[in-house]
Ligand binder design. Structure first.
Ligand code: SF4
Length: 419
């Protein structure tokens, strides 16, 4: 179907009668490229690679690695059970492995990857933010949240981020490096260990769900599709029932600011993860400034790729839309968004407007409640299913786009030995 042509803002807007706040950084300046556009970093800077871990390898590679170490291949299964089922990398607990050479075996296949620097709790212990230090001192975060019937972990996929969005704390320092598949997976294993030890808030009496992470959102640090191969290896390990964590692909949400070629690749993977497009504006004029990668792939291209994801997988796509006062929350933008989504068919998409934190004095502040309600109303009235998203974790700066290490975190990390 042909998408509608780029719509001009209504006349009142053009005459300045409607307030339009333009995106701008506060307290930091965006790095620019030679043409003066916000710099986009797709390639990871070269840094020492993290040690290779079981979760970086597929089952055949694991067996081959053991054979290289002069050990029988079936030891791989034993290590998988310790790590993916019992969440341990501690050789003293692996009494089914021969004592002789056990430490070397574990050091070779389950090397330590994440050192916990800090843990912050809120929501009476139902939400926990972890700050991790990687082998080279890079810092990343994950946020664990208990909801009735499910436990969600928001994971990081890169240290820093190269997408340079002007509202985002993570993007300010640029991309430090891609995380390895095992560094991504280890965030889940560590969270599962904590849950198994009873460290995550109180479970309600009538909640009979399993006590482990059931849902993953790739909305921590980094743009997951800019680290495509490692993120996909991590997803394969998460969903592998025999050799991995055995999670449901539907419970895994991969979100992107719109790297169109990678969205197409994801659609061809035959792994039906939930796909989320962080759109935040339906018009290129605003989105070019709000999400710099829009200068590469425009709104219509990103929406076409999202629709193609639905066609390939049958999985309904989520459109993420942070509502920012007087910047992107205008009624005409809700109408334009609905028009663009409906032009690509019905029943394939769901919009999640995300209320921001009220930040007095900042241009990046929450939309008024009636404006938010009107935005949601217009989309629903146009037949686009729309629900305001829960923004748990805001209190500890764990909501999306808010994960960034502080100087204080860095000082705490310096005092810790590296994993
Ligand atoms: S909003 Fe997402 S893509 Fe943009 S800089 Fe932040 S982490 Fe990167």
């Amino acid at each position: 179907m042909t998408p509608p042509a780029e719509q001009k803002p209504p006349r009142a807007e053009r005459l300045g009668a409607v307030r339009q706040v333009r995106p701008a950084t506060e307290g930091w300046s965006q790095k620019k490229d030679a043409e003066g556009r916000p710099l986009l970093q797709f390639a990871s800077p070269k840094r020492g690679k993290p040690p290779v871990h079981l979760a970086d390898l597929n089952p055949e590679e694991r067996t081959a690695r053991l054979k290289e170490l002069g050990l029988p291949g079936f030891r791989a299964k034993q290590l998988e059970t310790h790590y993916f089922t019992h969440y341990t990398s501690d050789p003293t607990l692996m009494t089914d492995l021969p004592a002789a050479g056990r430490e070397e075996l574990v050091a070779g296949l389950l090397p330590p990857l994440l050192t916990e620097v800090r843990r912050l709790e809120t929501d009476r212990g139902d939400t926990i933010k972890f700050l991790w230090k990687l082998h080279d001192g890079a810092l990343v975060e994950s946020v664990l949240m208990r909801y009735p019937g499910r436990i969600t972990l928001c994971v990081s996929s890169q240290a820093g981020c190269g997408m340079n969005c002007p509202f985002c704390a993570t993007g300010q320092a640029g991309l430090t490096r891609n995380m390895s598949a095992a560094e991504i997976v280890d965030q889940i294993v560590r969270a599962n260990r904590l849950i198994a030890e009873g460290g995550l808030g109180g479970k309600k009496r009538d909640d009979h769900s399993a006590d482990r992470v059931s849902n993953i959102v790739f909305m921590g640090m980094g743009e997951p599709l800019a680290n495509y191969a490692r993120v996909m290896q991590a997803v394969r390990v998460m969903t592998d029932k025999q050799h991995g964590l055995g999670m449901s692909a539907r419970g895994i949400t991969v979100s992107t600011v719109g790297l169109v070629p990678a969205i197409k690749k994801l659609a061809a993977e035959q792994i039906p993860v939930t796909f989320a497009l962080s759109l935040h504006a339906p018009d290129d004029t605003l989105r070019d400034e709000l999400i710099p990668v829009n200068s590469r792939w425009k709104v219509d291209e990103a929406l076409d790729a999202a629709r193609a994801y639905f066609d390939a997988t049958g999985r309904r796509v989520s459109i993420e839309y942070a509502l920012i006062k007087d910047m992107n929350d205008h009624g005409w933008r809700a109408d334009l968004l609905a028009e663009k989504l409906n032009a690509r068919g019905r029943g394939w998409v769901h919009v999640n407007p995300i209320p921001l934190n009220p930040t007095p004095g900042s241009i990046w502040t929450a939309s008024e409640r009636d404006v938010t309600n009107e935005f949601v109303r217009r989309l629903n009235a146009a037949g686009v299913p729309t629900t305001l998203r829960d923004t748990r974790g805001k209190e500890i700066d764990g909501a999306c786009g808010q994960l960034a290490t502080t100087e204080d975190d860095e000082r705490a990390a310096e005092a810790m030995p590296v994993a």
